[in-house]
Design a binder for this molecule. Structure first.
Ligand SMILES: [Fe+2]
Length: 249
C-alpha cells in the first residue's frame, strides 16, 4: 500500500469580516498564503486535517473555511478547538467534504479525531465517553496503525502559560494509548508552534497556526514573529510517521 498523505491546517482563527486581524495578521489572508504555498502538497494529499480554533469566537468565519477548503476536493477531517462552538461548527461546515470527529480509515491507517473541548474553558479534557470510544476504536477491526488527533496538547510543550491550558487529563489519555497495539502518534494544534515531544512511547507533534505564533519556551503568552505555517504528514506502511512543518514564506 502507498503511504497516506495528510496536510494539517490548524488554528485559522477566522472571523466573518474578511479583513479581521489578530495581532495585526489578517487571518483569512494568512490562511490563503498557506494554501497557496502548499498547493502541490494539497493536490497529493489523501485528506486535510482541520484541528480546531477554526474561527475566533465568530461563527460567520465558517463560511470562509467552506469557501477556501471546500473547493479543494479533498476530505477535510475536523475537530473543534476552544474558540469554536462544536454545534455551530457542525452547522457551518455541514456536508462533504467536511467530516466531524469520529474516525476515518485510509489504507493501513486509522485517523481518530478526538473532541477535547470543554464549554467555556480555554483548556481541554477528553471526556470519559470519548476515551471509551478511543479505546474501542483502536481495538478490534482497527487497521494496523492509528494516528490520534486532538486540539489541546496531550503533553506539555515547555511553555508554562500554554501548558496551564493544555489537556487536563493527558495521563488518562496516555493510559488508553499505552494499552493499544495500534496507536503510533499524536497530533495537536492549540499551541501555535512547532514541537515534537514524547507522550509515553509515542511521538506527539504540535503545529504552527496559519496566522499568529506563540513564542516557544515562554513563561507567559508571548508572541513569536514567525509567519504562518502548517504540517505535512506521510503515514508509512510500517507504522512510521514522516512529518515536517511547512512555512508559507
Ligand atoms: Fe488557537
Amino acid at each position: 500500500m502507498a503511504a497516506v498523505r495528510l496536510l494539517q491546517i490548524t488554528d485559522t482563527h477566522l472571523m466573518g469580516d474578511p479583513a479581521a486581524a489578530m495581532r495585526g495578521v489578517v487571518t483569512l489572508e494568512s490562511l490563503r498564503r498557506v494554501l497557496r504555498a502548499t498547493r502541490e502538497r494539497i493536490e497529493d494529499a489523501d485528506a486535510l486535517l482541520l484541528t480546531g480554533d477554526v474561527v475566533h469566537d465568530d461563527a460567520d468565519g465558517y463560511a470562509w473555511i467552506r469557501a477556501e477548503l471546500g473547493a479543494l476536493r479533498k476530505p477535510v477531517l475536523c475537530i473543534p478547538g476552544n474558540h469554536d462552538d462544536p454545534e455551530l461548527m457542525r452547522a457551518g461546515l455541514a456536508g462533504e467534504p467536511f467530516r466531524h470527529c469520529g474516525h476515518h480509515d485510509f489504507g493501513g491507517w486509522r485517523i481518530v479525531m478526538l473532541d477535547s473541548t470543554v464549554p467555556g474553558d480555554v483548556g481541554g479534557e477528553v471526556s470519559a465517553a470519548e476515551l471509551a470510544r478511543l479505546e474501542a476504536t483502536l481495538g478490534e477491526g482497527c487497521p494496523p496503525h492509528a494516528l490520534i488527533v486532538l486540539h489541546h496538547q496531550p503533553v506539555p510543550v515547555g511553555s508554562p502559560g500554554l501548558d496551564g491550558v493544555g489537556l487536563r487529563n493527558g495521563p488518562a489519555l496516555l493510559d488508553v494509548l499505552a494499552r493499544s497495539t495500534t496507536a503510533r502518534a499524536l497530533l495537536c494544534g492549540h499551541v501555535h508552534q512547532e514541537s515534537e515531544r514524547r507522550a509515553g512511547a509515542l511521538p506527539a507533534f504540535s503545529t504552527p497556526s496559519t496566522c499568529v505564533q506563540f513564542m516557544p519556551g515562554s513563561a507567559g503568552f508571548a508572541f513569536d514573529t514567525r509567519g504562518p505555517g502548517c504540517r505535512s504528514l506521510e503515514l508509512q506502511d510500517d507504522g512510521g510517521v514522516v512529518t515536517r512543518v511547512l512555512w508559507a514564506d
